[in-house]
Write a protein that binds this ligand. Structure first.
Ligand code: PHE
Length: 342
């Protein structure tokens, strides 16, 4: 007990002798005596060594010492003009704050949204369907019966538990589902992810994104198809882009065509992207084959329709001059943060 008293007296002398001339000195005082590892805390810890009958007295002594130190600190603080709070005093609160890093949409999403909004303005509505499809919706109903050689164009992945299930190779499967509902006329676009058994390279991937479109009504003609796609190209790529149709083949359309636009990179002069032809293919299209309409229970004598389908990656590559489509799925932020748009 006496020992404690002497100790406290000694500390008091030290405290009185502590020279405080600046806020920094004040902070040193606070740390030495009142900090979480300061002497006041340490000496308070001595309580546990004090015999029970002296605890009350010792408690008073220690408490007094604590109050003495705290009020001494308050006085010192006033004499140097307030406590030193380094972390606060060095901050210039008038400076603007640090900007939070902003996320950006994925380029595929930007182009996907733009394509959809163009067709929505023409009265198309969005239809979606499953990525795991059955053989009927992905192939057979589209006039691609089993063993049809054109199935080779779209080799896919099958689900091992059920040989009838596969990953859809195009969103034409969604068009079959919508036609089968029997509500006509029908004017839809079908965006979504599709899969193909391709070796991954700069120009091909085992998955990519499509937007397909379908319009079924009475008296729909190839002229309607062309006008719709002309409008799309002007809205998407601007007034100056040229368009051409080439005859092509798809089992689900007759006649079928592929549509090219003048190369955006060299403006038709010829470069690597257009393989020196001045043209790049952007979509497949045609008049819906009567067999496809009949497969969905639609009277092909009364109704006709057109369909088209495009790859979003292909259009995004042209739009932003991206040379390797693998970049879209690698999630490298340095690549992704370069794109802006709605
Ligand atoms: N489904 C075709 C494909 O994925 C595209 C297409 C759609 C072509 C509609 C013609 C008509 O390649």
């Amino acid at each position: 007990m006496n020992q404690l008293l002497t100790q406290i007296e000694k500390y008091k002398e030290d405290i009185k002798a502590f020279e405080v001339k600046s806020p920094d000195d004040l902070e040193a005082f606070r740390i030495k005596y009142l900090g979480s590892k300061g002497l006041v805390k340490i000496i308070m810890g001595e309580m546990k060594n004090v015999p029970a009958e002296q605890k009350k007295e010792a408690g008073q002594l220690l408490n007094e010492f604590k109050i003495f130190t705290e009020s001494f600190y308050e006085n010192l603080a006033q004499s140097v003009g307030g406590p030193s709070n380094k972390s606060v005093s060095n901050i210039d609160t008038s400076l603007p704050g640090d900007a939070l890093p902003l996320g950006a949409r994925h380029p595929i999403s930007i182009v996907h949204n733009k394509i959809i909004s163009i067709f929505q303005r023409l009265g198309f509505s969005v239809a979606e369907g499953p990525e795991i499809e059955d053989d009927w919706h992905n192939f057979t109903a589209l006039n691609l019966p089993e063993n049809h050689p054109a199935r080779d164009m779209q080799d896919t992945f099958y689900i091992s538990q059920n040989p009838d299930w596969l990953l859809r190779t195009h969103t034409s499967s969604v068009q079959i589902r919508e036609m089968a509902k029997g509500v006509l006329p029908l004017r839809i676009i079908c965006p979504g992810r599709v899969y193909r058994n391709e070796t991954i390279s700069a120009r091909a991937h085992c998955f990519f994104h499509q937007v397909e479109g379908l319009y079924i009504a009475e008296n729909v003609s190839f002229a309607d198809l062309k006008q719709t796609l002309y409008f799309f190209v002007k809205e998407m790529f601007g007034e100056n882009v040229k368009v051409r149709f080439r005859p092509s083949y798809f089992p689900f359309t007759e006649p079928s065509a592929e549509m090219d636009i003048s190369c955006l990179i060299c403006e038709g002069k010829g470069c690597n992207v257009c393989k020196k032809t001045g043209w790049v293919e952007i979509l497949g299209c045609g008049m819906v084959h009567p067999k496809v309409l009949e497969n969905c229970g639609i009277d092909s004598n009364k109704y006709t329709g057109f369909a088209f389908g495009m790859g979003i990656e292909r259009i995004t590559m042209l739009n932003y001059q991206v040379k390797d489509l693998r970049l879209f799925s690698e999630n490298d932020v340095r690549f992704l943060k370069q794109f802006t748009g709605a």
